[in-house]
Design a protein around this ligand. Structure first.
Ligand SMILES: NC(=O)c1ccc[n+]([C@@H]2O[C@H](COP(=O)([O-])OP(=O)(O)OC[C@H]3O[C@@H](n4cnc5c(N)ncnc54)[C@H](O)[C@@H]3O)[C@@H](O)[C@H]2O)c1
Length: 166
């Protein structure tokens, strides 16, 4: 226990799924946690549930929008003074369809969240970590990033690309 005592963790897609579970785990290990998500209502509900384990800040943001990303990074630093752990996790699967049946706008939407969102998160969080001289970034890819899954061309392409970020 206490393996991340006093550390500050920012988790995108933190209102549900893997992000929420990770937030709970890090809180129990002593971190302060910033959950970032698209949906205000689920954010507030999750914040309430998680607050029994420790300090939680909830920030509404669309990870594909640069001004929203700048805002969640600033909010985290204003509230807790640093970002030590960044779980760059928010992602969507998109519509399941054969490549030939996938609309370009559906492809773009998945790429905007899964790829642009992960890039923007790294771009702005790494500026904070560079100043601190420390920090850890975990980009969430998928098994589909190793070998593309059927009927999810954008998801597979985005997750394959996330693996190659440096
Ligand atoms: N669940 C799995 O089996 C699995 C397997 C491999 C990889 N992953 C990856 O893990 C990550 C989380 O998956 P999950 O299963 O927990 O999904 P989920 O749908 O349960 O949770 C994703 C969260 O991201 C949020 N989100 C979606 N778009 C957003 C946006 N534009 N801005 C901010 N937040 C946004 C959603 O509101 C949601 O709370 C994804 O990147 C996913 O690709 C999941």
């Amino acid at each position: 226990m206490g393996r991340v005592e006093g550390k500050v963790a920012v988790i995108t897609g933190g209102a549900g799924g893997l992000g929420k579970v990770t937030a709970e785990y890090l809180l129990k290990e002593g971190a302060k946690v910033v959950i970032v998500d698209l949906f205000e209502e689920s954010l507030e509900k999750t914040k309430k549930e998680l607050s029994v384990f420790g300090e939680v800040l909830a920030v509404q943001a669309d990870v594909s929008k640069e001004e929203d990303v700048e805002n969640y990074v600033k909010a985290a630093v204003d509230q807790f003074g640093s970002i030590d752990i960044f779980f760059n996790n928010a992602g969507i699967v998109g519509k399941i369809a054969k490549t030939v049946d996938t609309k370009a706008e559906d492809f773009d939407k998945v790429i905007a969240v899964n790829l642009r969102g992960v890039f923007l998160g790294m771009k702005h969080v790494l500026q904070v970590m560079e100043k601190q001289g420390s920090g850890s970034v975990i980009n969430n890819s998928s098994i589909d990033g190793l070998a593309g899954g059927p009927q999810r061309v954008a998801y597979s392409a985005s997750k394959g690309s996330v693996k190659n970020f440096v």
